[in-house]
Design a protein around this ligand. Structure first.
Ligand code: FMN
Length: 201
């Protein structure tokens, strides 16, 4: 089947994260963001693609801070309430019936009930005609103890990360299945040594 090029996100599931920010006046904002990725291992940078008409972008521009909240499948019913266009003076925690998880490194609060939180500061805004890439530095990264496995990795059966794929008829939500197969990072290097292994200690 041939698909229209813009349907890229129909073919690989994207994470559904919720980005929380506060306006300079102190109004709390939440928006789902799926166009998000880490910038290379082992950097502490994260890149978010944003359209221009976003209170999230305005808040990041003005305050330099945001929290990326990683949601489990149980939060799928919070996607539409936080994705709907809402005037910037509306508190979206109240609107969506979500509670705060206080942040330590930045002013915007995280969202209680998510399984992990990245507290970020803006590093750069790369602006093009129709989008902005927000590059942020993760100042503090926390995960709920109960979703972490013994090896310090995510227990996906406990976290049940919320993902989505897009199609002609909308967003289909999904989560992950463990293949019970693992490779060490070191396996991809010719000398069998992971050059950044010590960073994990
Ligand atoms: C699952 C999902 C993922 C989304 N991902 C993005 C995204 O990566 N970038 C973006 O600019 N908008 C994205 N949106 C749209 C915004 O969430 C939506 O426009 C929202 O109202 C913006 O809120 P704000 O104005 O409070 O920032 C997404 C919407 C949904 C439902």
């Amino acid at each position: 089947m041939l698909l229209k090029p813009f349907m890229r996100e129909g073919l690989f599931p994207l994470p559904v994260t919720f980005i929380s920010t506060v306006s300079p006046a102190g109004v709390r904002n939440i928006a789902p963001y799926s166009c998000i990725m880490p910038v290379l291992r082992p950097l502490d940078l994260i890149c978010v693609a944003s359209a221009f008409k976003r209170d999230t972008l305005a808040n990041v521009r003005e305050t330099g801070e945001f929290v990326v909240n990683m949601a489990g499948a149980d939060l799928a019913d919070k996607v539409i309430p936080t994705a709907k266009h809402t005037p910037p003076d509306v508190d979206e925690f109240e609107l969506a019936g979500l509670s705060e998880k206080p942040s330590e490194a930045v002013r915007p609060p995280g969202i209680a009930g998510c399984y992990a939180w990245m507290e970020c500061e803006r590093v750069t805004l790369h602006e093009e005609a129709s989008y902005v890439l927000i590059v942020g530095r993760v100042l503090r990264l926390e995960a709920a103890d109960e979703v972490m496995g013994a090896d310090g990795g995510l227990d996906i059966e406990k976290a049940r990360p919320l993902l989505m794929t897009g199609s002609r008829t909308g967003m289909s939500y999904c989560t992950l299945k463990n293949l019970d197969r693992k490779d060490p990072f070191a396996a991809m290097f010719p000398d069998g040594k992971d050059p950044v292994e010590t960073l994990h200690e």
